[in-house]
Design a binder for this molecule. Sequence first.
Ligand code: SAM
Ligand code: SF4
Ligand code: SF4
Length: 369
Amino acid sequence: MSEKIIPLRDARLPPTPLPSAVEAPTGLLADALARPLHDLRISVTDRCNFRCVYCMPKEVFDKDYQYLPHSAVLTFEEIVRIARIFIAHGVEKIRLTGGEPLLRKDIERLVAMLRQLDTPSGRPIDLTLTTNGSLLARKARALKEAGLDRVTVSLDALDDATFRRMNDVDYAVEDVLRGLDAAHAAGLGPIKVNMVVKRGMNDGQVLPMARHFKDSPFILRFIEYMDVGASNGWKMDEVIPSADIVRMISAEMPLVPLDANYSGETAERWRYADGSGEVGMISSVTRAFCSSCTRARLSTEGKLYTCLFATGGHDLRALLRGGASDAQVSTAVAQLWRARTDRYSETRTINTEGLAPAARKVEMSYIGG
Ligand code: SAM
Ligand code: SF4
Ligand code: SF4
């Protein structure tokens, strides 16, 4: 039996200092490697109804696992307050994630509140959400009506037995497909479908998934299995490089590379040579994109993470609940972003057993993907 790993929720970082002087946001914030702040991912819950083997394995996230107490979780009002500050600093895109964001009670109300926020030049922000799709059939219309622009849906297999093995809670493919159709009917597009590929688990599903979503309204994206968190027992030889996936698909359905939609796009885009749609490759392990990483992450309890692989977050909730003014929180955010040097994926070293460093990285279910 494997030893139970208790995932570290957060390393101890010194408290985020309250700035002595305040500065006005310019919308032009850049970090120490000249990367602007453009995207904010907000984790609205650390809970999930799935136990994906690569994210929240059952051995760790069992009935004894201590989720955050209600009082620790940011309220909608606190989330919106932080989001407004980030938008003033240049954020144009907000993604709600988790855990499973659709488990958060009244999530539509948060969407409606965030919808009210525009960029300093008056443009609406791009408001999206990543979900496992299990509650989407029920919620798609309300989310659209609340002002959500798009959804990204995770689906790791079309074969039911494989999918059930991966989500580990016996959830059926059919229900996610119904969620996708509901989201499409509600106008939550363009809809992306994310498939994490883990060798020996679902690599046999690459071609069935490609065939299924070719010529459909959905854009399928393959994600390399990453060494996030401390509980999935990641090994390099379980990663299928995107280049292999491109070769695999191209042998049956030829692919042609496409230009990126914008600088910093995480997925490399490919289109089918016969004109029947596109697929994306997110090569987080084999082709790191740290040099153009413009993403900040806000955890469920209000910690700011400047990298998916960070071992600790900066406590913004303490500032908020300690009575800091918006100008003080905004200045603290500016100082933290300016100091950012993270580039974990570009510097990741793999040891001879194919394992990533044992640093106690934060769980993805806690800060969101
Ligand atoms: N529960 C939602 C979902 O599954 O879409 C949102 C949160 S989930 C953490 C966000 C994304 O992270 C999903 O697309 C998931 O497949 C991906 N993910 C989780 N663990 C991963 C890992 N070890 N490697 C690569 N992607 C991972
Ligand atoms: Fe839940 Fe998403 Fe993680 Fe799967 S990937 S366990 S659905 S948070
Ligand atoms: Fe961004 Fe960190 Fe991922 Fe690099 S490793 S792309 S800095 S989140």
